[in-house]
Design a binder for this molecule. Structure first.
Ligand SMILES: Nc1ncnc2c1ncn2[C@@H]1O[C@H](COP(=O)(O)OP(=O)(O)O)[C@@H](O)[C@H]1O
Ligand SMILES: O=C(O)C1=C[C@@H](OP(=O)(O)O)[C@@H](O)[C@H](O)C1
Ligand SMILES: [Mg+2]
Length: 464
């Protein structure tokens, strides 16, 4: 069998216009969320003649099942126990799938060839990127099964230093070291009994079955790095709940599931971009979870009261409060002023952009941004569709509130003139992202909070 790149089908190919089929195969498969995610994508993309089903098929039934598929079939998603069993039945396999000997995606080409690919690995990488994790200097993997080997493959492109895998038993440890060697990742194995120690890494990937990490929850460090917990039902796990409570970013198994499904839809349908948000919404609804998007986002100039009003608003709504400036200070272990001195404004903006992306993807309460966050075009794009409130004020009010303030380095010299200048440069950007403007001049923080509540329309389900 040849090693092949999986080239997505072209939308204008001779098959289009006919009913196209795809399905997830596995055993058991009843729990699979793939039908929900793929169907949500078809609906959003207007692929009305596409259908996506699930079939309970095990290793013995797989060859016969695949042989029986007609030319209307575009692709298959594979789950346990088929990811390896399918390999001998394929005409070609991608390098990624080959590297972990696991195929989760089969694409049928126009001439009937079956090509195997793996979207679990790039899906993990994409889910981590979405939460601002692009590179770490060390990482922990909890567990040593098949998901752990995928995690290792994903870490090959993200982790510049050592990966420590906490596993039970010598056999698993040996396997993980072998995978490490094969994937070119520096892996050390350690006994599961010491797993709490691994929680201090900047990135912790938990790949164990439900319940296994519960006992570790009380041992999450005070300043946690990022947790990637591959579980999603029930969600959150005890470990993920504790992690979030301490302010650490958490990437969930649903994030992974959605990202790997996005890549599958793109490969199977030939569409350039699958609708991530619609797919995630469908998945969350099926799992009985609300949307993890901020209920409201506050933008506006320095000193207008984003942080003050944000906290009050969160209290009124009974939801959590998050401030990207606080996230940055905690993550960096430096004040905003120190970051400006050390790295200049561009350095701060790069850090800020990641912080906003993480908070928008992972926080479902009220979010306050720093005044300059909207300078970044990607950040503005990430705010699309959210309830963004622009708090405004005039320069006299601004001078009263911030004056000369060491915590705001951009106002350290001639604050009123600087404030005015920044406002001129940014006014149109606040207007671009905001759904409503609330003037704060001469209003107390409580009055501003009430005005925000009045200005926003809250659908019935907004606070569920
Ligand atoms: N409506 C208001 N009226 C008077 N002072 C306010 C009001 N809102 C905030 N402040 C004060 O102004 C300063 C800046 O508020 P802050 O919430 O930090 O603004 P931002 O986060 O927008 O920079 C703080 O000292 C705060 O107590
Ligand atoms: O407007 C800006 O460029 C900045 C605003 C600050 O946040 P606040 O708006 O909360 O003061 C902080 O992020 C940094 O000092 C830069
Ligand atoms: Mg603030």
């Amino acid at each position: 069998m040849s090693q092949r790149a999986v080239v997505p089908r072209q939308p204008g190919d001779p098959m289009s216009g006919q009913v196209r089929r795809a399905a997830v195969l596995g055993s058991p498969v009843a729990h699979s969320l793939s039908p929900v995610l793929h169907r949500a994508a078809y609906a959003e993309l207007g692929l009305t003649d596409w259908s996506y089903d699930r079939f309970d098929v095990d290793e013995t039934g797989l060859p016969g099942f695949i042989e029986s598929l007609g030319p209307q079939w575009a692709g298959l998603s594979l789950t346990m126990p088929l990811k390896r069993a399918v390999i001998p039945l394929l005409d070609g396999i991608s390098a990624t799938a080959r590297s972990v000997e696991a195929v989760n995606t089969v694409v049928f080409t126009e001439d009937g060839e079956r090509l195997g690919d793996n979207t679990d690995i790039p899906g993990m990488v994409a889910a981590l990127h979405e939460h601002g994790v692009e590179q770490v200097d060390s990482a922990t993997i909890l567990g040593g099964g098949a998901t752990a080997s995928s995690a290792l493959a994903a870490l090959a492109g993200i982790c510049t230093g050592e990966v420590v895998a906490y596993v039970r038993g010598a056999r698993r440890a040996e396997q993980m070291r072998e995978w490490g060697e094969r994937l070119g990742v520096d892996v050390r194995t350690a006994d599961w009994a010491d797993a709490a120690r691994g929680l201090r890494a900047p990135l912790v990937v938990s790949t164990t079955p439900a319940g296994v990490t519960d006992a570790l929850a009380p041992q999450v460090p005070q300043v946690p790095g990022t947790l990637f917990d591959v579980l999603y039902d029930p969600w959150p796990t005890a470990l993920a709940a504790r992690w979030s409570a301490l302010g650490g970013p958490v990437v969930s198994g649903l994030d992974l599931l959605v990202h790997q499904a996005v890549l599958q839809v793109e490969r199977m349908t030939g569409r350039v971009r699958a609708p991530l948000d619609a797919m995630r919404r469908a998945g969350r609804t099926t799992l009985g979870l609300g949307a993890t998007r901020p209920k409201a986002v506050l933008v506006g100039p320095m000193g207008v009261g984003k942080s003050t009003v944000g906290q009050l608003l969160a209290e009124r709504l009974g939801v959590g409060y998050r401030d990207t400036d606080d996230d940055i200070v905690r993550e960096q272990g430096r004040t905003i002023a120190e970051i400006f001195v050390d790295e200049g404004e561009p350095g701060f903006r790069a850090i800020e952009k990641r912080a906003v992306r993480r908070a928008v993807a992972g926080h479902d309460g009220v979010l306050a941004l720093g005044g300059g966050a909207i300078l970044d075009a990607d950040t503005r794009a990430a705010l699309a569709g959210l309830r963004v409130v622009h708090l405004s004020m005039g320069v006299e009010e601004a001078v009263r509130r911030v004056g000369l303030n060491a915590a705001r380095p951009l106002l350290s010299v001639n604050a009123p003139a600087r404030w005015q200048e920044l406002m001129e440069a940014r006014r149109h950007l606040y207007a671009e992202v905001a759904r409503v403007v609330v003037a704060t001049d001469g209003r107390s923080p409580e009055e501003v909070t009430q005005a925000v509540l009045d200005a926003l329309e809250w659908p019935k389900d907004a606070l569920e």
